[in-house]
Write a protein that binds this ligand. Sequence first.
Ligand SMILES: NC(=O)c1ccc[n+]([C@@H]2O[C@H](COP(=O)([O-])OP(=O)(O)OC[C@H]3O[C@@H](n4cnc5c(N)ncnc54)[C@H](OP(=O)(O)O)[C@@H]3O)[C@@H](O)[C@H]2O)c1
Length: 248
Amino acid sequence: MAPSRPVVLITGGSNGIGLVTCDHLASKGTFQILLGTRSPEKGEKAVSEIKSKYPGSTISSLQIDITSDDSIAAAFKHVESTYGKLDALVNNAGICPTEFSRSILRETLETNVTSHAAVTETFAPLLSKSSSPRVLYVSSELGSITLRSDPKSRARDEEYKAYRISKAALNMLVACDAWEHSDYKVFGYCPGYVITDLAGMREEKIKQGFAQQPDGSARGIAAIVEGKRDAEAGKFLHGEEEGEVHPW
Ligand SMILES: NC(=O)c1ccc[n+]([C@@H]2O[C@H](COP(=O)([O-])OP(=O)(O)OC[C@H]3O[C@@H](n4cnc5c(N)ncnc54)[C@H](OP(=O)(O)O)[C@@H]3O)[C@@H](O)[C@H]2O)c1
């Protein structure tokens, strides 16, 4: 039952950084990629576009809404019965509201933190079937308390309070999982400031001129999935090279 290719699940895989990461991993032809998506239609469209670019790739769409326990459980059952293991879990899905209120903070924490913790917990039995399990949480330098407080940091003067709080909490989840799971390699990863639909800022980022396309983020995530940064497990990484580490 277990496939020879390492099995990788990327949540939020049908848009933005997740989609470009699936595309990049598919270009390598060495992974069984599960493109996690809330929308089966969007997922199937993404998969068929990627397959037509890389005919040798093995990629399929997997419906998973990370805020729904039923959806997570159904995704788990499918991966268990089809592949029997999971080698890498990329917890990438996320939201970034621009406003702040009690309900917005609650919703942001639910999506960006609680749901990732639930996905990792649910998939733990399949991760433990892998010979080298890796769990990656896509965080943000905006979640760094050190950078928020540093007058020299570009990240100091951005707003996004609910998002910042959620990513700081996510960073603690990275540290807790790294401590708890000596059997996994656990990573936090900041993909940089890249042009996607996050916070509805696509046009604004293009106008600003310094946001990047997400290709570098995809290469950075792939490097971790491939084990190239295992020596830095338990840290809050960025970039593509060893030594690129953010402060918590
Ligand atoms: N872009 C940046 O500059 C930047 C910087 C630092 C960190 N990040 C982080 O990078 C990650 C990806 O963001 P992005 O920039 O690629 O944004 P994006 O284009 O808005 O993509 C976000 C993805 O998350 C999915 N998602 C949201 N809620 C979900 C849920 N409940 N269940 C399953 N999937 C859900 C979305 O699904 P739908 O397609 O169905 O909406 C979408 O695929 C996020 O964690 C974000 O915080 C981004």
